[in-house]
Design a protein around this ligand. Structure first.
Ligand SMILES: [Zn+2]
Length: 333
């Protein structure tokens, strides 16, 4: 978009969520729009000013073929995907997700650097990240010895993640952060302490889709997706490779079903001054509590930070108790 100032910040991009939303707004390419920042900071298009159209606006059409490998695009609800599981673009996105904050949290290995390493042949999959050598990185254009050293050091310090983050890092279709948490709680209880990637494989291979559906929030579509992911030879090899390069599942109390926050469901909204959202969620889980992305009657507390979003309004509407940061921190003690 042409840059515009909203609430003291210059906005050049705003989310349209998905094709259904584009249709709902009636948005065309070249339109003038109203942009707002929801409490969760992400700018979004809220309205199309059709009266300002010049007649040159063009309708948006979702491509029928993947722009990277030409495979047919498959529609799944509001989501469109390349139909090829081995598509290079999908693989790239998976690698970007693997190093992100909510998964392995490898700082300094953002999407651009991952792309560069892929293009230069330094890595072929996520497991290769853990065997990166300083010399290989330093040989690349724009990378000095010092940055190469920092990357290798950072990678080596991030080989252990909690089970839920590990499951989330695998980019299994329909398995987001919350589903990964529920799955982690379930399989940790099945097999005692899981400390290795092949332990995760073993636990899931034992479960039929029907077993998976007994887990709260998991329906047939999700269970089929999980089940087939762990049956695929390529994915099994990938888990074994992760283990060989030293990836481990860290012991966390997050999986304890007891703890002072047992049975309480937290939703976070707005920015907390003293800790990152991911860390706050982990602390809640470590004390036996649960987290959710949406406010419902099942929500026990909504933790309200700076610039809270619609979740705060929803909490008031449903009469869910809200906590400010101070009250929340007190509870974590
Ligand atoms: Zn593709």
């Amino acid at each position: 978009m042409r840059p515009v100032g909203v609430g003291g910040i210059t906005i050049t991009h705003a989310t349209l969520h998905n094709a259904d939303e584009i249709e709902r707004l009636g948005l065309k390419i070249g339109d003038t729009v109203v942009v707002s920042r929801a409490g969760d900071v992400i700018p979004q298009v809220t309205k199309v000013l059709k009266e300002l159209r010049s007649g040159k606006e063009k309708a948006f059409k979702m491509p029928a073929e993947c722009p990277v490998d030409g495979s047919p695009v498959v529609r799944d609800g509001a989501i469109y995907r390349c139909g090829n599981k081995l598509c290079g673009a999908r693989h790239r996105e998976m690698l970007h997700h693997f190093t992100a904050r909510s998964t392995f949290d490898i700082r300094g290995l953002g999407p651009q650097i991952i792309d560069k390493f892929l293009d230069e042949g330094l890595i072929a999959d996520a497991a290769d990240i853990f065997t990166l050598k300083e010399g290989d990185i330093a040989a690349l254009e724009r990378f000095g010895e010092r940055s190469a050293k920092n990357i290798v050091k950072e990678v080596q310090s991030k080989k252990e993640v909690p089970l839920a983050r590990f499951i989330s890092s695998l980019s299994i279709l329909h398995v987001g952060e919350e589903t990964a948490n529920v799955l982690a709680q379930r399989i940790a209880g099945l097999d005692g302490e899981i400390s290795k990637p092949t332990g995760v494989l073993k636990a899931f291979r034992k479960m039929a889709p029907e077993d998976l559906q007994e887990i709260p929030d998991i329906g047939p579509k999700v269970s089929d997706s999980i089940h087939s992911w762990f049956q695929e030879k390529r994915n099994q090899e990938f888990l074994k490779k992760l283990e060989r390069v030293g990836v481990r599942i860290s012991r966390v109390r997050t999986l304890s079903k007891s703890g002072p926050l047992k049975g309480r469901v937290f939703v976070l909204t707005g920015t907390l001054a003293s800790l990152e959202r991911e860390d706050a969620k982990e602390k809640i889980r470590a004390l036996g509590g649960a987290t959710s992305e949406s406010v419902s009657k099942k929500t026990t507390y909504v933790v309200v930070g700076d610039n809270p979003g619609s979740k705060y309004d929803k909490a008031k509407e449903l009469g869910v108790k809200t906590l400010d940061e101070g009250e929340f921190l007190e509870m974590l003690k």
